[in-house]
Design a protein around this ligand. Sequence first.
Ligand SMILES: Nc1ncnc2c1ncn2[C@@H]1O[C@H](COP(=O)(O)OP(=O)(O)OP(=O)(O)O)[C@@H](O)[C@H]1O
Length: 495
Amino acid sequence: MTEFAHIRTFLQGYAENIAQVLGLDVTILDEQGIRVSGTGYYQDLIGLPAPEGSFFRMILQTGQPGIIYDMKKNESQCMSCKFLHQCRELATIGFPVYKREKMVGVIGVIGFSPEQKEEMVQHTEKLMTFLQHTSALIEHKLLELEEERKQGCNIQEELPDDAGQAVYFAQLIGAETGLSEVIRKAKKVVGSISTVLIRGESGTGKELLARAIHSEGNRARHPFIAVNCAAIPETLLESELFGYVGGAFTGSRREGKPGKFELAHQGTIFLDEVGDIPLSLQPKLLRVLQERTVDRVGGIKPVTVNVRVIAATHRDLESMVREGTFREDLYYRLNVIPLRLPPLRERRMDVPLYLQHFLHKYGTLLQKGRLDIEPHLLEHLTCYEWPGNIRQLENAMEYMVNMAEDTVIRVADLPEYLEQPMTLPDCVEAQPGGREDERAFGFGSLEERVAGYERRILEHYLGSPEWGGDKAKIAEELQISLSTLYRKMERHRLD
Ligand SMILES: Nc1ncnc2c1ncn2[C@@H]1O[C@H](COP(=O)(O)OP(=O)(O)OP(=O)(O)O)[C@@H](O)[C@H]1O
């Protein structure tokens, strides 16, 4: 774990304040060259490594502050940075951050416009002094944290690595379009203790929204603890959530262990997939929500916790209540502030924004530079249903950027399961600019279009109740052998 792991929220907040006051962009890298905070252009790249050979990496190697006015005229300083020729930075000043003489990161201010550059040239000395002070302040913060730990606040030691990962509403793509309504509501409750229930299909950004509510509220300095209730075996979930006292059961730690509610003290607990909490544990969760006290397994003394609860689920809790698999009282206790994240297919106008965002992200991460998507492919990706929502779209873009042979993403770079949108004439029709021949025949090479058509035929027969999934009969109807049918099904990943 790097030194900055526990102060990411602090660093991002600090970077944003500096950027606002100076009118320049700010970025901070940790000792491994990972961008832990950034504003403007660099905000999208938080969490990603800075390119090898870049100016800030050089500062991490030499430990010396540095200034560059016009990267392209200073190739020696930017060494072998793969991004040199796409670099839009006109002026950069970087300063190392130390903790007791050990370098732990680098902070920099950047100008992208000629006016910003001019400002930086005029005030180089002042900016350098300012960064020096900022670097000292970050060191002070790290030492303070170390001191707190020494004083026995060992809860911090147990926090997962991502507990401090700050997310801001402005970072959510779609914040000004398809998500504006839900974000408007969420912003109203950032400072409240009331329980929030986020609904939405898998991959719609429920955890990201929960993190933004935490990061922009008054608990941001304290932990955000995420628990996926569906991923933890039922037998362990109770002790994971509520902790246990020493010797509570065979194999338990002698000194006992705090549960996630205790770890989240003063911060936020995110109960993901809350609909999967077994009925047997629901009364205990209800008690925490009502009384804000936790009973450790095997314990007799309740522990008071000050925790904001944000829960999320893709399940239909109302039906579960009717069926008796989810307690009604718990449902009402959770559903105080309901927020719904719409699936991508309900906000197609946002899809191009996500495509561009992930193109930029993976273009940078995979050191491929600036990439574009063929215009008609962009249209068809916008048409696709994206059942896995943003997560699926992100993975697809990562695949396509890997496959791209030059600076343009083409049909040939699509993952196989995405060949489907090429055969969605309705969607093309719905798109302004969809050409008549595309509406009739899909798009891509002849082979790709025929394959798409074949897939639709197979899907129809295999899915139709009339044929009842009887492959021998379907093969006969299509006048192919059974083994050919299986081969084609495998090719199209149908089963
Ligand atoms: N609005 C958004 N802007 C940018 N990226 C997003 C957005 N929403 C989601 N993502 C990205 O999509 C992925 C899935 O998001 P997240 O884990 O928050 O979804 P989820 O609804 O909690 O999924 P699940 O229900 O499967 O746990 C993450 O990589 C996240 O960073």
